[in-house]
Design a protein around this ligand. Sequence first.
Ligand SMILES: *Cc1c(COP(=O)(O)O)cnc(C)c1O
Length: 400
Amino acid sequence: MNATEKLIASAEAHTAHTYHPLPVVVATADGAWLTDVEGRRYLDLLAGYSALNFGHRNRRLVDAAKAQLERVTLTSRAFHHDRFAAFCSELAELCGMEMVLPMNTGAEAVETAVKTARKWGYRVKGVPAEMAKIVVAGNNFHGRTTTLISFSTDPEARADYGPYTPGFEIVPFGDLTAMRAAVTENTVAVLLEPIQGEAGVLVPPAGYLPAVRELTRERNVLFVADEIQSGLGRTGRTFACEHENVVPDVYVLGKALGGGVVPVSAVVSSAEILGVFRPGEHGSTFGGNPLACAVALEVIAMLRTGEYQARATELGARLHRELRKLTASGRATAVRGHGLWAGVDIAPAHGTGREISEKLMHRGVLVKDTHGPTIRIAPPLVISEDDLDWGLAQLDAVVR
Ligand SMILES: *Cc1c(COP(=O)(O)O)cnc(C)c1O
């Protein structure tokens, strides 16, 4: 066995098999590139599912983390610390909102949004006790907790984890008629990914998000946008909702907010909505810790310039122009996405998404399949044009 095989065998012997990773063992990383334990280099076209929008070990983010490591790393929320106010106010400002509730992982932030919507429903909207309903979309991915998988439509994500949390209504993504029919007096929120990432980068029909916005406003229902994967530059805007000129009531953020350095997530909303919480009613030991705040503050500063969004737009046009050639020649059956983000359905004759991912790995390019024929492409926004072109040339070669 070589070093790679030994490390994989050992990992498989001692880890629950909740993932089926590609057989590559990463040792170091820089920008858009990874190096494995045998010294082979790979172009990263997944970017940690958008957690690495600013690339691996981005200099500004590593420097911010190092500086904070020398000051204070954790206080818990029992005390204030000197990075907290800036993190909350600057994140709220970036979102055009007023208040922030910091957590760590994406799933925790979505859970927090669910609790926010329910509490708002009972305290502000006046929904009768225990009656609150949240409308969600089929094929959603919001995280892995027992409540969040309760309204998943993916059998793998959901099977054998019951009893399931009640209070959710599932409608097909993009179907406004179904959404309208599902909203009742007791609906407190509509929870959607503006573009569904795990489902294969599914973009809803034009006009869907604005119509949901209008419906939720009319019916006094919160519009909660899970922008954990779609947000923070990926699609060429700070938020994917901006493509449709939609401002939700609540943003749920994660992944890139931690700059690929530490897990940072947050719920961001108005003072009226997040103002429903009182001390003791929600919390997190690590949420909003000094190290997380220091890194996220740098992420916010980088997003404020607009340069990463512009880069995603520019490189995204290049990405989608190349990928359209695959559909035009019948090698892909569909290409979806926005900005530097694409879901590509490979024509069955060329292999499954997994097989394509393995072939790409052997050519030094890392992507990940989602469902069956689909691969997802989400390079770090800092990737160079030449590297992107080279990566796409490898994809072209494996489907020839
Ligand atoms: C990744 C993701 C989550 C869950 O985030 P974790 O940090 O893995 O808990 C939730 N929603 C969306 C849209 C995601 O892409």
